[in-house]
Design a protein around this ligand. Structure first.
Ligand SMILES: Nc1nc2c(c(=O)[nH]1)N[C@H]1C(S)=C(S)[C@@H](COP(=O)(O)OP(=O)(O)OC[C@H]3O[C@@H](n4cnc5c(=O)[nH]c(N)nc54)[C@H](O)[C@@H]3O)O[C@H]1N2
Ligand SMILES: Nc1nc2c(c(=O)[nH]1)N[C@H]1C(S)=C(S)[C@@H](COP(=O)(O)OP(=O)(O)OC[C@H]3O[C@@H](n4cnc5c(=O)[nH]c(N)nc54)[C@H](O)[C@@H]3O)O[C@H]1N2
Ligand SMILES: [Mo]
Length: 777
């Protein structure tokens, strides 16, 4: 037992910001945010649960039917027992099967795309390290795009010349000074700013707080009254369209602008191309249907009066349209952000301080001004003399690839064929929670000859693997991180807090060891002869060089590392004045965008030339396969927003679950009208189902959601009960979602496109097993 006096705090950082972890060097006692804040972040408080969870993978484990005959495995993934093996046995087994598959089927048969949010840190990047090993071994199939913005990041380069979703925004000081109206369009910053891809700099919510106190007009357009609407309280007007209908709503607003002569013809002529073709569609010249406010109201469920009012407000004021990404994680998702740019272009405010559109205010604290910074370098997946990805598939098309080897598909103007995947290795991602239509995934998952999962926890993917390798958490190793994906506000040491639990190893060490199996000297090739701390020193020294050009000087690595404190970078007054597209607006000829025309493309010849019915040449209202407009009797639209107290599936096992679970399950939010019609009361266990699967969830009945829509947050771990028709006992929403691409342009994740039925659950009591490790483990 440790007494309080032997306890001390170690500074480290997670996606959810810098944290101080209280430990005695073996046990974690508590943790808290390390930055001063008035908006505490729940995710920072559960390091103890992470490190000491009963659901940790403790030893290397192999599926029994696989171990019996690895070249011709028996049994069914996900239903078989696991057997404990030594690390040496596990790595020998992986090496032999990897070599056999590579020799027989070539590098494209090995999928190491391994998408996922892993843990932050510039060295221990699970998927990158996997890819580095595969590069040494001769190549692999990787992935294109991501689940987050698959649709928007594909279309934005055609429209404005960059992806916009991962780029710095007009700075917050400009917004606070110049905007009159701020619109949160499909954005819930109060939840989503709790994390960043690096570590959060934690400034975004403070800026939204300043906005709350600013007296500006604030509007949120979202089928759900999100935490953000609650945060703004009476100061925020909430407008709830049907899910998936935002393009119609925006067209109605755009039509009203034209009706009143409010569209900015000078801006459209000077800074955009193709408006006339779009206008023919908007006004009904090309298809006989004028996209009036009344037309839009029918589709989106927001009244025509309201739509016209929005047009007037946007036109009369300096308006910033802050768009999130939930609405583009849908079938035809590309149209959403294309139409929002088009609307902003018609308003003529793009490139002004405080006006236009911004696609990343809700993510990684976009708009927090970029500092004068010494920015860390990080580990790369390529290595000298190695072979990088020999093929890449759109990340969210993995199940189709498994189902349809060598099958034809189209992607972003390219005609391609899927590889024949025989070996899948996932490290740092939770694909059984993140991918749509879990039951279809489970079927397809039986196809490869070998599935290896590197994990800290017994996720559903681990339970469906052949070989599971225990990984350290970021608290069991040394690393470094920046905060703020855009601001580079801090450089933070991530010092090891406790030794690795049980037999957990760093992914870095595992892949380095396997490289030695691959070739004599492979370990040294992978590591370049450097230890963990030597790599960190290298990345730090590169930061020092980068910083020098910005007049930033770092202390020597040794003294920095001994200090246990972060470095805050200096403010950059000019960056605090940054206005996105300002140069372009001032002189579009001298500062053209990186589009074909150099202007904002409202009609895009190149996209039109692809001839994709699911992504035409200008923003278009297209009715999705599953939505309000074609719902069968009693069907509801399924919204799978991002959770407040998790990062996707990360921390679902933690004590934070007690704050949100209802009836021991993932909550489902539904409107009183929909609840009463089904005899459902607050707190009831309900069954939610459709043709793809069924889940149990706990009812939260509230006026804070559009009637006809239910919300089940993404990321609950699948926990399928084979005795009751594959019922998911934990409430994993992707059991219900449809696995279809946003379009042939982006092939993005469309997890927000699904209909389902809901009823009060009256079946047998089912015990949750999501977080139980398999027997013998
Ligand atoms: N229906 C629906 N589905 C969605 C979404 C949605 O909105 N709706 N959102 C999508 C989006 S935007 C995203 S980004 C994805 C997120 O999908 P993921 O990024 O796959 O989700 P995470 O839960 O963050 O999974 C990270 C995994 O890495 C593991 N891990 C952490 N650190 C390490 C490490 O050091 N080594 C190893 N080996 N493993 C580690 C964690 O235990 C965890 O299981 O989900 C997508 N899915
Ligand atoms: N706490 C926490 N923060 C996170 C994450 C997390 O899991 N937890 N995930 C991180 C990641 S990887 C990403 S990609 C981002 C995701 O950021 P987003 O994609 O912006 O987050 P979502 O919650 O999916 O969607 C934002 C809002 O869009 C609304 N919405 C959904 N469909 C529609 C629609 O058809 N129309 C309109 N108008 N609104 C709609 C939802 O109700 C939700 O309130 O968040 C990041 N931040
Ligand atoms: Mo994401």
């Amino acid at each position: 037992m440790s007494n309080a006096s032997s306890r001390y705090s170690v500074l480290t950082a997670a996606h959810w910001g810098p944290v101080l972890v209280e430990t005695d060097g073996n046990t974690v006692f508590s943790s808290r945010g390390a930055l001063p804040t008035s908006h505490p972040n729940s995710l920072q408080t559960v390091v103890r649960d992470q490190v000491h969870s009963k659901t940790r993978v403790r030893f290397p484990m192999v599926r029994k039917g696989f171990l019996a005959s690895p070249e011709c495995p028996q049994g069914v993934r996900g239903q078989d027992e696991f057997v404990r093996v030594s690390w040496d046995e596990a790595l020998d087994l992986i090496h032999a099967q990897h070599k056999r598959i590579r020799d027989n089927y070539g590098p494209a048969s090995i999928f190491a795309g391994s998408y996922g949010w892993r843990s932050n840190g510039v060295l221990h990047k699970a998927a990158t390290l996997l890819q580095r090993y595969m590069a040494l071994a001769g190549g692999y199939t990787g992935h294109l795009g991501d689940y987050s913005t698959g649709a928007a990041q594909a279309i934005m380069p055609y429209v404005v010349g960059g992806n916009e979703v991962y780029q710095q925004q007009t700075s917050w000081p400009m917004i606070l000074e110049h905007s009159d109206v701020v619109v949160l369009w499909s954005a819930n910053p109060l939840n989503t700013l709790k994390i960043a891809w690096n570590a959060s700099d934690e400034q975004g919510i403070a800026y939204f707080d300043a906005l709350r106190k600013s007296g500006k007009r604030l509007i949120c357009i979202d089928p759900m009254r999100s935490e953000s609407v609650d945060f703004f309280g009476e100061k925020m007007e909430w407008i709830a369209p049907h899910m998936g209908t935002d393009v119609a709503l925006m067209l109605g607003i755009a039509h009203t602008l034209v009706e009143n002569g409010w569209h900015d013809e000078a801006f459209l002529a000077r800074c955009t191309t193709g408006y006339e073709i779009f206008a023919d569609y908007l006004l009904g010249v090309s298809d006989g249907t004028a996209k009036t406010a009344e037309w839009a109201a029918e589709i989106c469920g927001v009244s025509a009066v309201n739509i016209r009012e929005l047009a007037a407000i946007f036109h009369q004021n300096t308006t910033m349209l802050m768009a999130g990404w939930g609405m583009q994680r849908q079938q035809f998702g590309e149209q959403k952000h294309w139409m929002i740019v088009t609307l902003a272009a018609m308003l003529g405010q793009i490139g002004t301080p405080g006006g236009g559109f911004g696609l990343s205010y809700h993510f990684a604290n976009g708009g927090n001004p970029t500092r004068r910074a010494a920015v860390l370098a990080s580990m790369q997946g390529s290595l000298k003399g190695g072979t990088d990805a020999v093929d890449k598939i759109p990340v969210a098309r993995i199940v189709e690839a498994l189902e349809n080897p060598s099958g034809f598909y189209q992607h972003n103007g390219m005609d391609r064929h899927f590889p024949d995947i025989r070996f899948v290795w996932w490290a740092g991602g939770a694909n059984f929670t993140h991918h749509q239509d879990t039951n279809r995934l489970i079927q397809a998952w039986q196809k490869p000859e070998l599935v290896v999962i590197s994990e800290c926890f017994w996720t559903a993917a681990a339970k469906h693997a052949d070989i599971v390798l225990p990984a350290t958490t970021s608290f069991e190793r040394n690393d470094l991180t920046m905060t703020g994906d855009y601001s580079n506000q801090h450089l933070v040491p991530m010092k090891q807090v406790v030794p690795p639990r049980d037999e957990a190893r760093n992914d870095f060490d595992v892949f380095a060891t396997l490289c030695e199996h691959w070739e004599a000297g492979g370990y040294a090739r992978f590591t370049e002869g450097k230890s963990e701390l030597e790599w960190l020193e290298t990345f730090y020294n590169i930061a020092g060089k980068r910083g020098a050009s910005q007049q930033v000087t770092l202390p020597p690595f040794a003294s920095f590392w001994a200090e246990n404190t972060f470095i805050e970078m200096a403010e950059h007054p000019a960056n605090a004045q940054f206005v996105r597209f300002a140069d372009f607006r001032r002189d579009p000829k001298a500062n053209p965008l990186k589009t074909d025309s150099g202007k904002i493309e409202i009609y895009c010849q190149r996209i039109a030339g692809y001839g994709y019915a699911d992504c035409p040449g200008h923003p278009t209202w297209l009715a999705p396969d599953e939505w309000h407009g074609n719902a069968e009797a009693d069907q509801l639209q399924v919204l799978s927003a991002h959770p407040a107290h998790r990062l996707h599936s990360q921390l679902n096992y933690s004590s934070l679950r007690e704050q949100y679970a209802v009836a021991g399950r993932e909550p489902i939010t539904l409107h009183p009208r929909d609840a009463q019609a089904r005899g459902i009361a607050n707190g009831d266990t309900v069954r939610v189902w459709n043709q793809r699967g069924q889940i149990l969830a706990g009812a939260v009945v509230t006026e804070g959601i559009k009637p006809g829509v239910i919300c089940i947050h993404e990321g609950a771990w699948p926990d399928l009960d084979n005795t009751v028709g594959g019922m998911c006992k934990n409430g994993a929403v992707n059991v219900l979602t449809k696995d279809l691409p946003s379009s042939r342009l982006g092939n993005g994740c469309a997890g927000n496109t699904a209909l389902a039925w809901v009823e009060k659950y009256t079946g047998p009591a089912l015990t949750l097993t999501a977080f139980d490790p398999p027997a013998n483990s």
